[in-house]
Each structure stands twice: as structure tokens, then as C-alpha cells.
Write a protein that binds this ligand. Structure first.
Ligand code: BYC
Length: 324
């Protein structure tokens, strides 16, 4: 008996149909090569961002001002490791190899978010990262819960819940500092000044200069453009800054009643380009640290592989045993 394989145009039709009906593409479904490679690129960068994003905050774990703040920060950084792992798993469902992706990160061949190339100079930066960086991440990532690729969309649901805790802990920390001494209020303002513009850059280049947006929107990987999400973030954040009592460092920021949105000043795209090309303030340090951690962790990977091999051999000799 011969089975008839659907031809390529039929597979393409089924794929387009699934996307058109807003249903999910799953790992075993046929998908165009470009869809697969776009997802691997975006999800890998996202995973790398979570893992590199642990560094700026980890800088403060040993110096957190109280046991409570230390416990919160540890939990947050640990969540980020978890996010990285779910996301690497999502890339594996597309046929990518996690160790190859790590190799590309530590050799500078793959990107991670520009935001993590800025230094955390005071403990207020920890609060501002929660408020602005995680706030921007939520704006960008909530729509990804509706991404057309099932494993990514499902990973994003849990990630977004945890990001929302991260955002609140940051805001609560800043609110506490704003009710503290004049020096603490100054620290919050200075950290806000440092992180505002880089947070706006997290959303990526303006739509007119974004080579990937149109196709990613057509495939329903992205649900909104970079500029739409950036605007949503500004509109959401200005009232929060007012409630906190800080000034956002943009003289052009004002309510536009006609548009029903805030107008804001021009972003320094030269800085953004320099940072994503590897020339930001902390790029070299971040990648070197990740490379060192990878090398120092080689014994763990070897031990896990040896253990798995031992279990496999045991199962062959004595089926039903060796599952522990
Ligand atoms: N930084 O055509 P475009 C977190 C690249 S983790 C660096 O608009 P796309 C957190 C872009 O990759 C936050 N590179 O691209 C963790 C592309 O280059 P390639 C990470 C950037 O993909 C720990 C080129 O510029 N979030 O929140 O359509 C602690 C042209 O851009 C950036 C995600 O990864 C950037 N900011 O859209 C706390 C979310 N922006 O790849 C918090 C998932 C752009 O062609 N990713 N580039 O060489 C996305 O939503 C999209 O990939 C982006 C970019 C909106 C970021």
C-alpha cells in the first residue's frame, strides 16, 4: 500500500489556514523554514536575555539592604533562570540545539536585549529595573501569549505572571525609597534618568527600520509593532511616575489630547545601534561573565550526562529499574 504525502502547496495552505483561524502551530506541524528560523532567532534571543538579565541584578544580591530585599531579589533572579530554561526548551521543540545556542551567545553571534548592557550603580537600579524594564517586558510579552507558535505562547503565560510580580516588587521598592531620606529619593531619580531611554529602546527599532516586523506580524508571531508597544508603555508609565514622584527625563513628554496618548522625544538610535553591535557600556563584561559561568559549569553537564548514561545502561540490563 502506498501513502500519499500532501504536496507542498497543500501543506502551505494548511499552515496559512491554521494561522488565519488564529489556531496554534505545534512542533509536529509542517511550517515554512522562515517561520521556524524566525522563531528560533526570537526565542533564543529572548532566552539569552533572561539569562544575561540575571547579571545586573545579581550584582546586588550580596549587598541588598535587608534580608527581605535579599530574599525577593534572589527569588526574582531565580525566576529569570527558569524563564531562560522554558524558552530554550521552546527552541528545542523547533529542532534547535541548546548548547549550540549558548555557543552563539558566548561567541557574540546571537543577540540578547540591549537593556542588559547598562550598569546597576545603586540599589535604586534594582527597583527601576523592576518598574521600567519588567514593565516594558510585560508590555512586549503579554501579546506573545497569543503568538501562533504553541510552545512559545504557553511558556509566555507563566513568564508574564512572574514578570508582573517582578514589576510590582520594583515599584514597591521605589515607593519605599521615595518615602525615605532625601538621599534615597535622589537615588531613585538618578536611576530613573539612567534607565528611561534604554527601556524605550527595548522595544526595538522604529517600525520603518524594523526588517522583521511585517513578516512576523503576518505569521502572528508578533501581534503589535515595535512603535505600538513602545507607545503603550509610555502611556502606562507616565501616571506611575507621577504617583511615585519622579520626573521622566524627557522635556518633550506631554499629553496629546487629540491623539489621546503621550507625545515623547526622539530616541537616540545611534546609541541603540552601538549597544546591539556589542559596544554598550557592559557588553564585554556580560558576555565574559556568561562564558566563565559556562566553562565553570562543564563538570555539572558532564556529571548529568554520565548519570543519564548510567541509568540508560542499567535499564538495558534490568528493565524496569534505574528510573530514579
Ligand atoms: N536589543 O526587526 P526587529 C526581560 C534586533 S528579557 C537587542 O524589530 P524583531 C527580562 C532584532 O533582534 C527581554 N537587539 O526585530 C529579563 C533584529 O536583529 P536580528 C527580552 C534588538 O525580532 C531579565 C534587529 O534588531 N525580550 O524582559 O521583529 C530581567 C531588528 O529588529 C532589540 C524579548 O526578547 C533590543 N532591544 O523585534 C528582567 C521579547 N530590538 O535578530 C527582564 C521577545 C531589536 O535580525 N522579542 N533588536 O539580528 C521580541 O518581541 C522581538 O524580538 C523584539 C524585536 C521586539 C525585541
Amino acid at each position: 500500500m502506498t501513502t500519499t504525502e500532501p504536496d507542498r502547496s497543500e501543506l502551505e495552505r494548511q499552515f496559512e489556514d491554521t494561522i488565519g483561524r488564529d489556531q496554534r502551530i505545534e512542533p509536529r506541524d509542517w511550517m515554512p523554514d522562515g517561520y521556524r528560523s524566525t522563531l528560533v532567532r526570537q526565542i533564543a534571543q529572548h532566552a539569552h536575555s533572561e539569562i544575561i538579565g540575571m547579571q545586573p541584578e545579581a550584582n546586588w544580591i550580596t549587598r541588598a539592604p535587608s534580608l527581605r530585599r535579599k530574599a525577593i531579589l534572589l527569588a526574582k533572579v531565580q525566576d529569570e533562570a527558569g524563564h531562560g530554561l522554558y524558552l530554550y526548551s521552546a527552541t528545542e521543540s523547533l529542532g534547535a540545539d541548546r548548547s549550540e545556542l549558548t555557543g552563539k551567545l558566548i561567541s557574540g553571534k546571537q543577540k540578547y536585549s540591549s537593556i542588559f548592557n547598562y550598569p546597576t550603580l545603586t540599589f535604586a537600579d534594582v527597583g527601576v529595573i523592576g518598574w521600567l524594564v519588567d514593565g516594558a517586558a510585560i508590555c512586549n510579552q503579554v501579546p506573545l501569549c497569543r503568538c501562533s507558535y504553541g510552545p512559545y505562547a504557553r511558556a509566555m503565560i507563566r513568564i508574564c505572571k512572574e514578570e508582573s510580580f517582578h514589576q510590582r516588587q520594583g515599584y514597591e521598592l521605589l515607593m519605599t525609597m521615595m518615602h525615605g531620606t532625601q538621599g534615597q529619593r535622589r537615588m531613585v531619580q538618578e536611576a530613573t534618568d539612567r534607565w528611561w531611554w534604554p527601556s524605550l529602546m527595548m522595544f526595538g527599532p522604529p517600525d520603518a527600520d524594523s526588517p522583521n516586523t511585517a513578516q512576523s506580524m503576518a505569521w502572528k508571531i508578533k501581534r503589535h509593532t515595535n512603535d505600538e508597544l513602545r507607545q503603550r508603555f509610555v502611556d502606562m508609565t507616565v501616571p506611575q511616575a507621577e504617583a511615585l514622584g519622579v520626573t521622566l527625563p524627557d522635556p518633550h513628554l506631554r499629553w496629546n489630547a487629540e491623539r489621546g496618548r503621550y507625545d515623547f522625544g526622539e530616541i537616540d538610535w545611534t546609541e541603540f545601534t552601538a549597544v546591539i553591535k556589542g559596544n554598550g557600556p557592559c557588553n564585554a563584561q556580560r558576555v565574559a561573565q556568561r562564558r566563565r559561568a559556562h566553562e565553570e559549569g562543564s563538570w555539572v553537564r558532564e556529571a548529568a550526562a554520565a548519570h543519564a548514561e548510567k541509568q540508560r545502561a542499567l535499564r538495558q540490563v534490568r528493565p524496569g529499574e534505574g528510573a530514579a
